[in-house]
Ligand binder design. Sequence first.
Ligand code: ADP
Ligand code: MG
Length: 680
Amino acid sequence: MEWNDPVSILKGVGEQREKKMNKLGIFTLEDLLTHYPREYKDRSRLTKICQLEMDIESTFIARCKASGETIRHGRFTFTRLRVGDDSGEIGLIWYNQPYMKTALKVGESYLFTGKLQNKYGKKEFAVSEWERIGDHFAGGRIVPVYPSVEGLSQKMLRGLMEDALSQLSGGLSEDMPLWLRKENHLAERNFSIEQIHFPNTEESFYEARRRLVFEEFFILQGALFSLKSYLEHGDKGIVMKKKKTLKDFQKHLPFQLTGAQQKVLWELEKDMSTGKQMNRLVQGDVGSGKTAVAMAASYWVIQNGYQSVLMAPTEVLAQQHYHSFSAIFGSLGLETVLLTGGQSAKEKRTNLQKVALGQANMVIGTHAVIQKGVEYHKLGLAITDEQHRFGVRQRGALNQKGEDPHTLVMTATPIPRTLALILYGDLDVSIIDELPPGRQKIDTMAVTSNYHERIYNFIEKQVHEGRQAYVICPMIEENEKLEVQSVLNYTEELQHKLHGCNVQCVHGKMKPKEKQEIMDAFANGAIHVLVSTTVIEVGINVPNAVIMLIENAERFGLAQLHQLRGRVGRGSEKSYCVLVSDAKTKIAKQRLKALVDSEDGFVISEMDLKLRGPGEFFGTRQHGLPELKIANIYQDMPVLIEAQKAADKLLKMDPFLTQEAHQGLKAKFDQFLEGKSLEI
Ligand code: ADP
Ligand code: MG
């Protein structure tokens, strides 16, 4: 068997099971073995039956004394069975697993994990997990617990891991060169993969984990550094003269630039006027006015006799930018052209010609702007909008058009500053940390479900005054059917409770047309209260909606809650965001408080990272950041710094990775750069 064989090569993985595994992102044996445990349970200490304590999870080995029996109580079943060891006997109980009646063989020994309880008038041991004691059983152990989906039990996953490990054992190639492992005290690969799943001791677990965390950071950093060594052209940036810049362009805008926009423009001016090649990231919440910044920068570059290009991730966005740019540039006698995949051949040819001859001052488009055959006359500035949607390679390609144009990357994703600085320390970051004036502050409150009555009254009152509301039900993880059901149920409940309100819902299982009808009806006010999960349309803009009610708020990422909240406060009326949560943990309360206290996407994302750990932070997937499988940026910061240093050393030593010993790493870096779409 090979590392990249499909999982279906394993015994017991048929089509059904394979599909479930695919859902977890597991396609190959490599994916399987890098599907790391979420936590571990220490089953290494075995108890005796006579030592079992009430309500404490314990594990013991016992022999099955008699076959089981199942009793039905309405919708429930109870299956009971007696087992014993040399210290005594105990009755086991399983709920709603009638097959347990015959699953165990009388006279054989098994390992049982669960809790002793006293529920139905007698002491019984409620079994959460059991396993047969095979010939190779060497006592209890530390067992892994994996992230999973319905229908894939821990036991099954564990079995598959064991199988894959024993098939591949010792045969995993080691990509980290020896010098690197020695210098950084890294454990060997086979050992690390084995021990991360089934650690023999706590120490071997830490050793294994450190190696894997290091490797993950190392590949991330190494890949980015290697890309840089290809792209770096040194300090030969085009010098833009400081004439007709900010003040001049301001006259042509229908609004006054905010202080934050001006500050960022000054930073761009400084970069582009000094002979340095600009490589800057501009971050700003949705609506902070990044387009105006791109426009002002382009205007200045054009005044200097150069062209500017803006690449957007979708046609719709490109169109939108094209309209806003041509509206203003057109009145100044500057020509803006659009390049997209959807254009006719003739249209494209005309536009390409304009770009090549320099007739076009401003070029806007999708990734069509970096395609072969697009020749720029004199490119001075390359702007990428919503960068996280593009791969690293695409950004590189835009960079290489023309002769060392300045580059500007714009993103709405508020990556915490700390994170940006760590991951992309060399890149300059500007932040638009202020919204244009006149936006409504949204009153945010976090309450428990005791407040439902009051909230419903409030919604009713707002609707009677002519306003509308959103209600977000929690997502139900991994189960779309249940999710739809919960939305439908909640909608029905609200239809009863909210008098005189038209309550409707949208959910993921609806046909696009049906969904569109509901959204339109909400947009034109026919529907007063819209119930949905977070799949609520991204571009939705209903200024009359003033309430955002979010149920089970603790289940959402802070960044996600912030985005949801951003759907209200778009009109002139006062808006509210109500976060309902009965979560009692301190962290959950702190997280919601962060949202109540701040409307600043950066502050919130920073908090999110701190309070949840990047595992979950990245897990929200909205960030486009690389998903780390095992490393945690906050907790593993020291390892990150070591890995960063090591990657730097490697690329100084062998910038294009031509040495034999570095071929494995080169392949890993390439794989990383091909596959991932990075924020930067
Ligand atoms: P984003 O940062 O999300 O790309 P946009 O650039 O699309 O935001 O700007 C959002 C809206 O705010 C646009 O309608 C734009 O015209 C407006 N806007 C931008 N800057 C200002 C400003 N300084 N004052 C008032 N309105 C502004
Ligand atoms: Mg934008």
